[in-house]
Design a protein around this ligand. Structure first.
Ligand code: HEC
Length: 195
């Protein structure tokens, strides 16, 4: 029978590699080599990766697709309503009290804020930040939020594009230290008394 011819594995005379039965063209016979180990492992890893990927993105959906991530970032960057800043929603915010943060905050204050609120925070174009009154809220998170969104209709820009989150937190912390100080010529209180 013809099948019997192929029962024993034939080897190449020179290399000793296995010959593939039935593949012979013009006296050239194909070798039955194993794939290199690194190649096989790469293949297995891609399969494992695909399974994990499908599981994470399509089954338990713990990670957003790039498209959704992009949409969310665009929404965050767009119109920020008060209280909707990613900074406030995501962080459990408390004013920084360490010396280096407050010094960094003061530097920002002198460069960016002094012109309207004056050096001591007694107020000029912007309101007095040393008294116990506030238009946009007394809490640290309110101050952070006001800096992020600004009060454009009254002349204070949104600082979100000018300052990093880190800088905003530091300058807001510095603003908190101005409360209760008594610089000369304070502007009259505006807004609601703080509790
Ligand atoms: C171009 C002038 C200008 C600059 C510069 C400016 N502000 Fe203001 N600031 C204002 C005005 C105007 C208001 C809003 C007053 C109102 O709502 O009637 C304001 C409001 C605030 C408030 C809220 C006060 C309240 O009573 O609730 C804070 C806090 C504040 N600014 C901090 C800062 C900080 C920090 C900086 C620097 C990063 C800064 N401002 C820079 C003009 C300015």
């Amino acid at each position: 029978m013809e099948m019997n011819e192929h029962k024993t594995v034939e080897k190449d005379e020179l290399t000793g590699d296995k010959l593939l039965s039935g593949h012979e063209y013009d006296n050239i016979r194909e070798l039955d080599n194993n794939l290199p180990k690194w190649w096989v492992w790469l293949f297995i890893i891609t399969i494992i990766f695909a399974v994990v990927y499908i599981f994470v993105f399509d089954v338990i959906k713990v990670a957003p697709y790039q498209q959704e991530e992009w949409k969310k970032e665009m929404a965050d960057a767009g119109s920020l309503a008060p209280g909707q800043s990613a900074l406030i929603v995501n962080a459990n915010l408390a004013a920084l009290t360490d010396k280096s943060s407050l010094e960094a905050g003061k530097d920002i204050w002198l460069k960016q804020c002094k012109v309207c609120h004056l050096e001591g925070g007694q107020g000029l174009v912007g309101p007095n930040l040393t008294d116990n009154f506030s238009i946009h809220g007394c809490a640290y998170t309110d101050v952070v939020n006001t800096i992020i969104v600004g009060v454009p209709e009254k002349g204070m820009i949104s600082w979100k594009t000018q300052l990093s989150d880190d800088q905003i937190l530091k300058v807001a912390s510095y603003v908190m230290t101005l409360k209760g100080t008594t610089p000369p010529n304070p502007k009259a209180p505006q807004g609601e008394p703080c509790k």
